[in-house]
Design a protein around this ligand. Structure first.
Ligand code: CU
Length: 166
């Protein structure tokens, strides 16, 4: 019996580790600085720094003064601070889910904010939407589910055998 319980403990730990490995990251854009007209134009570029954005992560834009977030669709629009197409969110906090690989462009459309550097480019995966979606999270989730099921079945068997034996 002791051996079986050890095995179950191992499985529970394995499941916990897998779930930890697949946890989705919620990024607060600009961290404590939030979403604002930055002191220098490379502020958000620096914030992105070496971050590795993955499918399933999300971005949260927080602001207090008058701002908004427009997701523009091309680098050309982004570079020109074009306030035309795209998803506009004007209530803080504004959350964007990163649902697939690609390069995402966000700007503020208020006044000259974007021109002053209130803009950020987020690269998810390899930055290209034409690449096959990352299957790792799904595999992990599936494996995790299987291990959870095994754990439950094993626990039931232990329960059943103790019932039969004693
Ligand atoms: Cu703004």
């Amino acid at each position: 019996m002791a051996i079986r319980i050890d095995w179950i403990v191992f499985l529970i730990i394995a499941v916990a580790l897998l779930e930890g490995a697949t946890s989705e990251t919620k990024y607060k854009v600009g961290d404590d600085g939030g979403w604002r007209v930055p002191d220098n134009k490379s502020y958000y570029e620096n914030w992105v720094g070496g971050k590795k954005f993955e499918v399933g992560d999300s971005l949260e834009f927080n602001w207090t003064d008058t701002h908004n977030v427009l997701e523009v669709t091309t680098k050309t629009e982004y570079d020109a601070c074009a306030k035309t197409n795209g998803i506009l969110k004007d209530t803080s906090p504004a959350t964007f889910q990163l649902t697939k690989d690609g390069t995402y462009y966000y700007i503020c459309t208020i006044g000259m904010h974007c021109d002053f550097g209130q803009k950020v480019t987020i690269v998810v995966g390899n930055g290209s939407s034409s690449s096959p979606p990352t299957s790792m999270p799904n595999n992990h989730a599936a494996l995790s589910a299987v291990l959870s099921t095994i754990t439950i079945v094993a626990a039931s068997l232990v329960h059943l055998s103790s019932f039969l034996l004693y």
